[in-house]
Design a protein around this ligand. Structure first.
Ligand code: PLP
Length: 449
C-alpha cells in the first residue's frame, strides 16, 4: 500500500482536503468494496458509515447494479443526447416521474449535483425573463445552506468554510436566517413546531419579492451544515409564500432524495411539490455521476417556441443523459420498488435510533442526538448548558475520524457533529459495530484530551 500512497501523493490532489494533512495521514487505498465494507490494499476493512459521501444506497459492488452496468455497457455506453436518445434514459424518465412529488413533469439531465443546481438557477432566471418578469433576477438562500461547489452553486451556499475566499466572484444572493432547531431562538422543539422561524423569510420576501426569481432550499436536512434537521412546517410555509409572490421553489434533494429521510424525497414530509427539483447522489446508488433537474410544465412551456425567438435552454454537458448512469438509476428505482426499501428502512432507522440513543448515555459532551430516517447525528458541544461549540481549530471531528478509521469505521464527522448515514443494506450487527466503534472513538478522543 505504501508504494501506491507515495505515487498517489506525487500526483493527486484530493477533494475537500488540506493536502499537508496527508503527510501524516496518507490516503487509504481501497482495493475493493462489498456491502457496507471497504477493504484496503492490506486487507483491512472499514465500515462505510457515510455511504462514501452520502451516495451509496445498496452497498458496494452490489450484484444487481453490477449486472445492470454490464448489460448496458454491452449495448451502449453513451451517445450525444441532443437529437438522440436511448432506452435507459427514457425508462429512467418514465420511472422517476412516477415517484417524484406531483407536478414535476419534465426532466433535464446533468452529471453531478452541482450541475443540477446550476441548471435549476439558470432555468428559474430564464423562465422569469421569458414570462416578462424581468426584475426577478435574485436568489434567496438560507444561512448554512450547501448546494455544491461550482460558482453558481457556491453563491447560494451559506457555509463560509467553502465560499469565503470566493465571495468577490459570487452572485449577489439574498441570505435569510434558516431554521436552527438545536439552538432555536423561539424555544420550540423540532417535533412540535409551528415554524415560527419562518418569519425571517416572510419579512425578506414581502419586501423584495419583485426582484426574487427563486428560493432554494435543502428539504428537511441541511446536511453539510452538520445534519441540521428541521420541521416540515418550514417547507409548507415556503410553498405558500412562493405561490403568493410568484417565486420558484427550488428543492435541492441531492443529498436527501431517494429515501434518506425515510420518505422518497424530503419534500414528501411536508407534502409539497417544488417548481424545480435537483437530484443526484443516491440517484445512481453511489455508482455513477448523474443528476436530474426536474421541473413543472409551467416552467418548461415558457421555453417552448420557435427557435428564432431565442427562448430555448441552450445548456448542455458532454455527458448529459449518460446511458450507463441512466441504466444504473433505473436499476436503483427498481430495487426501491421490488425490495420495498422504504418500508425496510423504517425498521432500520428505528434500530439505528435505539442503538445510538443507548450509546450516547455514556458519552460526555453530547449536546443533542437528532435523527430522521437513515441519518443520525450526534452534536458534540463544549458546554451542554450553553450549547457552546468546540473551537473549530481543535478539529474534534477530524481527530475522532482518525481514531475511528484505525478501528475500522469510516465516519468523517462534520466539524463537531458525528453522524451516521450508512448504506441501506446495513445489517443489525454491522450497525452495532458502527455505533460501538463511534462511541469508543469519541470516548478515546476525550480521554486523551
Ligand atoms: C453534494 C451536494 C450537492 C453537490 O453535488 P455534487 O455532486 O457534489 O456536485 C448539492 N447539494 C447538496 C444538498 C449536496 O449534498
Amino acid at each position: 500500500m505504501k508504494e501506491l500512497q507515495e505515487k498517489d501523493l506525487k500526483y493527486i490532489w484530493h477533494p475537500c482536503s488540506q493536502m499537508k494533512d496527508y503527510e501524516n495521514f496518507p490516503p487509504i487505498v481501497i482495493k475493493k468494496g462489498e456491502g457496507v465494507f471497504l477493504e484496503d490494499m492490506n486487507g483491512k476493512k472499514y465500515l462505510d458509515a457515510v455511504s462514501s459521501w452520502w451516495v451509496n444506497l445498496f452497498g458496494h459492488s452490489n450484484k444487481r447494479i453490477n449486472d445492470a452496468i454490464y448489460r448496458q455497457a454491452n449495448k451502449l455506453e453513451h451517445v450525444i443526447f441532443a437529437n438522440f436518445s436511448h432506452e435507459a434514459g427514457i425508462e429512467l424518465a418514465e420511472r422517476i416521474i412516477k415517484v417524484v412529488p406531483k407536478g414535476l413533469s419534465k426532466i433535464f439531465f446533468g452529471d453531478n449535483g452541482s450541475s443540477a443546481i446550476e441548471i435549476a438557477l439558470k432555468l428559474s432566471f430564464q423562465y422569469h425573463q421569458q414570462v416578462g418578469k424581468k426584475k426577478k433576477r435574485k436568489f434567496v438562500a438560507l444561512t448554512d445552506a450547501y448546494h455544491g461547489e461550482t460558482l453558481g452553486a457556491l453563491s447560494v451556499g451559506g457555509v463560509d468554510l467553502y465560499n469565503q475566499i470566493y465571495k468577490p466572484l459570487l452572485l449577489d444572493v439574498i441570505r435569510v436566517d434558516g431554521p436552527d432547531c438545536f439552538r432555536c431562538k423561539y424555544n420550540q422543539n423540532r417535533e412540535n413546531c409551528s415554524g415560527e422561524c419562518f418569519e425571517s423569510m416572510e419579512k425578506v420576501v414581502k419586501e423584495k419579492h419583485e426582484e426574487i426569481t427563486a428560493i432554494i432550499i435543502e428539504p428537511m436536512i441541511q446536511c453539510a451544515a452538520g445534519m441540521k434537521i428541521y420541521s416540515p412546517q418550514y417547507l409548507k410555509k415556503l410553498r405558500v409564500l412562493c405561490d403568493k409572490y410568484d417565486i420558484n421553489f427550488i428543492a435541492d434533494e441531492v443529498a436527501v432524495g431517494f429515501g434518506r429521510t425515510g420518505k422518497m424525497f424530503g419534500c414528501n414530509h411536508a407534502e409539497v411539490s417544488p417548481d424545480i427539483m435537483c437530484t443526484s447522489k443516491g440517484l445512481t446508488a453511489g455508482y455513477m455521476p448523474l443528476s436530474l433537474c426536474l421541473m413543472t410544465d409551467r416552467i418548461y412551456d415558457a421555453f417552448y417556441d420557435d427557435y428564432n425567438t431565442m427562448k430555448a435552454f441552450l445548456h448542455s454537458h458532454s455527458y448529459s443523459g449518460n446511458a450507463l448512469g441512466c441504466a444504473v438509476a433505473v436499476e436503483t428505482l427498481k430495487i426501491f420498488e421490488e425490495e420495498d426499501i422504504l418500508q425496510k428502512n423504517l425498521e432500520k432507522s428505528k434500530l439505528l435510533k435505539e442503538k445510538i440513543e443507548n450509546a450516547i448515555k455514556d458519552i460526555p459532551y453530547v449536546g443533542e442526538y437528532r435523527q430522521i430516517g437513515m441519518v443520525g447525528a450526534i452534536e458534540l458541544v463544549k458546554d451542554k448548558e450553553t450549547k457552546e461549540a468546540f473551537d473549530w481549530k481543535e478539529r474534534v471531528g477530524y481527530q475522532i475520524y482518525k481514531i475511528a478509521l484505525e478501528k475500522g469505521v469510516l465516519l468523517r464527522p462534520l466539524g463537531n457533529i458525528v453522524y451516521f448515514m450508512p448504506p441501506y443494506v446495513i445489517k443489525e450487527e454491522e450497525m452495532e459495530r458502527m455505533v460501538n466503534i463511534a462511541k469508543e472513538s469519541i470516548l478515546e478522543y476525550f480521554s486523551r484530551k
